[in-house]
Ligand binder design. Structure first.
Ligand SMILES: Cc1ncc(COP(=O)(O)O)c(C=O)c1O
Ligand SMILES: [Zn+2]
Length: 416
């Protein structure tokens, strides 16, 4: 057997690397998503191969592309794993913070693999549809690799994410629609133009890059991963990638257990939670979502089958939190830990608070929260937090203001 092959999530047909590029031809793009199976009998890796400084290529033995075609001179991988005692009353809370990557979200892990694959296959153009982060990531890493990026995004995507597309000089196709419609349009046009496709779920290589976050958690915990990992969910690829990373390491004999995975969605866009609750055989429950957490505002989750299957295998669950819970978690996370997450990333902290409140998590357990994007990506979400009062450039006025605030807290200041 070659280093890896693909298996269809729906019909279990096996494919060799060159037989198929995206999804199972028998089952189509929605059901026929592929998982990558490695020949563990012929892969020899050991704990000492890994460290907490190297980039994602330290996991090359378990990646489907070669580091040799790497054209992106930016460091991707080994983001911080912070530890907190008694956050929300839980003994050990870890935060895997991916707001520090080159384009400031988790998505760079997938994009670097997609860019490598595109280079290996001699493509000069690459496209994706995205709520914003995959877009920014593809624009940035394509700029680094010398590829032309075509980006389909909802025209209402946060301004900072669109600014990233502009500065990286991508072709911006800002569609007056939601993400789900932009996705379908991108597939039609991208296929016709024969651009390489970096669309979630459809491209099986992406999850293989994303899984490196789980592998890093193993390395950063001296191969004793947490009991539970909480992950924000839109299409479902990110949470699937956590399972894949842990299970590949488990199958390679590097770790002894696979953590339970809890997916969190916004209650206004919880179609994956609904599909999961209906049980097997898993089937999509699509509807047009609405949430302030733009990155997880997905109504037609493309990786529903993989996400539901893997969450179930991990003995995990999917839950949802309201926009108010997300916004207050975002503020509390920033003010109590110094980590400024975009709303989608803060959903994992909102979920932790909810799970603790409902006694659904052991207080003595070790929990890791995936905080997947930087707060500066969407400052409009926090602009409602607090009004900034303007002061005269006068020592006396400033001191009076300080006295007032120290006495009355957040009450608004009337200088008269
Ligand atoms: C910051 C952030 N968190 C979580 C997600 C959810 O990932 P997925 O759509 O693969 O479930 C995304 C996806 O865009 C994201 O940008
Ligand atoms: Zn199939």
């Amino acid at each position: 057997m070659k280093k890896f092959r693909f298996r269809c999530m729906n019909c279990s047909r096996l494919y060799e690397e060159n037989d198929v590029e995206y999804t199972c031809p028998q089952c189509g793009t929605r059901l026929g998503t592929l998982e990558t199976l490695y020949d563990f009998d012929n892969i020899s890796i050991k704990k000492s191969d890994f460290d907490s400084c190297s980039d994602i290529w330290q996991f090359e033995a378990l990646l489907p592309v070669s580091a040799k075609s790497f054209r992106v001179n930016l460091k991707i991988g080994t983001t911080p794993l912070y530890r907190f005692e008694n956050l929300s009353g839980v003994k050990e809370v870890q935060i895997k913070y991916d707001g520090t990557t080159p384009t400031a979200s988790f998505k760079d892990r997938a994009t670097v693999i997609a860019v490598n694959r595109a280079v290996e296959k001699n493509y000069s153009s690459i496209y994706c549809a995205s709520t914003g982060n995959a877009a920014a990531s593809l624009a940035g890493l394509s700029a680094a690799a010398g590829l032309k990026a075509y980006i389909f995004i909802p025209s209402k995507a946060p301004a900072a994410k669109i600014a990233q597309l502009m500065v990286y000089n991508a072709m911006i196709l800002a569609i007056d629609s939601d993400y789900d419609t932009a996705f379908d349009l991108s597939m039609k046009i991208g296929e016709e133009k024969n651009w390489y496709c970096r669309n979630s779920a459809v491209n099986p290589y992406l999850i293989e890059g994303k899984k490196t976050a789980a592998m890093e958690i193993c390395v950063q915990t001296e191969f004793d991963p947490p009991d539970t990992v909480v992950v924000p969910v839109g299409d479902g690829t990110v949470i699937s990638s956590f399972y894949k990373g842990f299970s590949d390491f488990y199958n390679a004999g590097i770790i002894k257990k696979i953590p339970q995975l809890i997916g969190v969605q916004a209650s206004g866009a919880n179609s994956l939670e609904l599909a999961f609750k209906k049980g097997e055989p898993f089937w999509p429950v699509d509807f047009s979502g609405k949430t302030i957490a733009d990155s997880i505002n997905v109504g037609k989750p493309r990786d529903f089958l993989k996400a539901c299957t893997y969450i179930k295998k991990s003995k995990g669950d999917l839950i949802s939190v309201t926009d108010d819970e997300i916004l207050s978690a975002q503020k509390e996370l920033a003010s109590s830990t110094g980590i400024f997450s975009e709303p989608a990333g803060a959903a994992s902290y909102a979920a932790l608070k909810k799970l603790v409140h409902e006694n659904r998590i052991e207080k003595s357990s070790r929990v890791c929260l995936a905080v997947t994007g930087n707060g500066l990506k969407d400052i409009s979400a926090v602009s409602s937090c607090k009004t900034v009062e303007h002061l005269k450039p006068d020592v006396q006025d400033i001191k009076e203001y300080l006295d007032f605030k120290e006495t009355y807290g957040d009450e608004s200041y009337d200088e008269n």
